[in-house]
Design a protein around this ligand. Sequence first.
Ligand code: GLV
Length: 267
Amino acid sequence: STLADTIDAEVFDAAPELNVVANYAVGYNNIDLVAARERGIVVTNTPGVLTDATADLTWALILGACRRLGEGDRLMREGRWTGWAPTQLLGADVAGATLGIVGLGRIGRAVARRAAGFGMGVLYTARHVAPEADPAWRMVPLAALLAESDIVSLHVPLTAETRHLIGARELSSMKPTAYLINTARGPVVDEAALAAALHARTIAGAGLDVYEQEPTLHPALLACENALLLPHLGSATTATRERMGRIAADNLLAVLEGRTPPNLVIG
Ligand code: GLV
């Protein structure tokens, strides 16, 4: 299944002989795990192989949002560029800024590691001090991270606890010069509240790869020039998608052959 397929009780009831669902994604919020568990259905995912691709795309959004690449590209294509000007499309410095990572899992760590090349300070939230965290990174509560970061990047899975983790209150506690980056899952952010903050410029900008109602865009977001919008491309490299396909197949074969699959979510 892909992350766009809702795999719920209705699907399971229509497929009484189903043994295993191999999700072609690391996130598995599209699958009803309670319903799967009740029926003894195994669920697997594709962790690890897409970490670097997703971290790279997160950096594309960080750089693209802070340096206004979407607006620059539109200016060129629409024939509106009249030549170099000292105050044209001024953005924010990335080098030396403070990066806040919400959720220091595999992808959050890979994004944080890349920040060393930009001489950035790194703050993070996590449920526990992450043993793999660089000692230079500082674990802080979410409120402190939002207040102190120049760039806030989301790397939590979508669960009941993380749905709308970033809403109007959280956005209002960010710096007016700060950027929000989301390559995790759309519903982690209250999109209407984000569009309002972008429109009112209570934050400087956003870089988004994921949306609350994919593939539908919140109309107010489309109107925000300071939002850089990508169509859920986090893992979209040729080699990564091939690795994801292979490990999804390995997971299926393992279950069908009675072995424990390499990437068991439940079962
Ligand atoms: C992509 O969004 C994934 O969860 O793999």
